[in-house]
Design a protein around this ligand. Sequence first.
Ligand code: 48F
Length: 257
Amino acid sequence: MDEVIISRAITESYTRDLLDSMELQVAIVGAGPAGMSAAYYLAKEKIKTTIFERKLSIGGGIWGGGMMFNKIVVQDEGKEILDELGIGASQYQQGYYVASAIEVASTLCSQTVKAGARIFNLFSVEDVVIRENNKISGLVLNWSPVLSANLHVDPLTIRSKLVIDATGHSCEICHMVTDKMGEALRTASGKVMGEKPMWAEVAEKRVVENAKEVYPGLIVTGMAANAAFGSPRMGPIFGGMLLSGKKAAQLAMELLK
Ligand code: 48F
């Protein structure tokens, strides 16, 4: 085995993938449950989709379950998605199913990649591209270690017809838009309204309703959607996240037509 051939194989293959991701139909920020669900349903329909994830690990808030008890709960509608993905879940009582957080995170990631979506980990999105018509048309990217080490290194940029903010509680892409464009979001205040206290039942409904185009070219999904529109949090029930990602994918496909 030759060390340099190994290094060439990695460098060439990675660079090819990165170059291919510079022109996308859909760019998703965040590989949590909502972002991966959106990517899975888009890739299944052959939409060119890439997720950029800040962390080394993929899966966002799935792994830790509830307070590090690594189990998650889904309701009937969420169970249908787990069934589709081939993830086991047992009924706890009527309408409540328990699944292994480890199996959910790993299988969702595997199915998303197998469906044809690409995932880049260790990428932080630090800004958006806004050109003609004030529409988002791309993302500004940097290596996560560059940002965590506070190094002065300029970013690179990719173009995408649509962007999905799946950054979770921090709702980062929506915040970037308001930082640069003012009160421009399609929310009641034009700003990120901020998530409200825990209320699982309402939060689970709203997280699907709130998966919308929140700014031209920008769809928001998952906990970022509830933060954007001022809806409650839900804790370790994950069906809404998967359904919100699915709705974001359906909306993206309509907008791409
Ligand atoms: O936090 P996260 O899992 O968001 P989600 O898909 O799901 C929320 C649940 O995990 C849980 C919950 C109960 O259902 O409320 O919290 O809405 O995944 C968000 C991912 O986005 C990444 C972050 O590292 C995480 O993996 N992320 C956030 N900001 C950026 C980012 C950024 N600027 N660039 C790249 N990745």
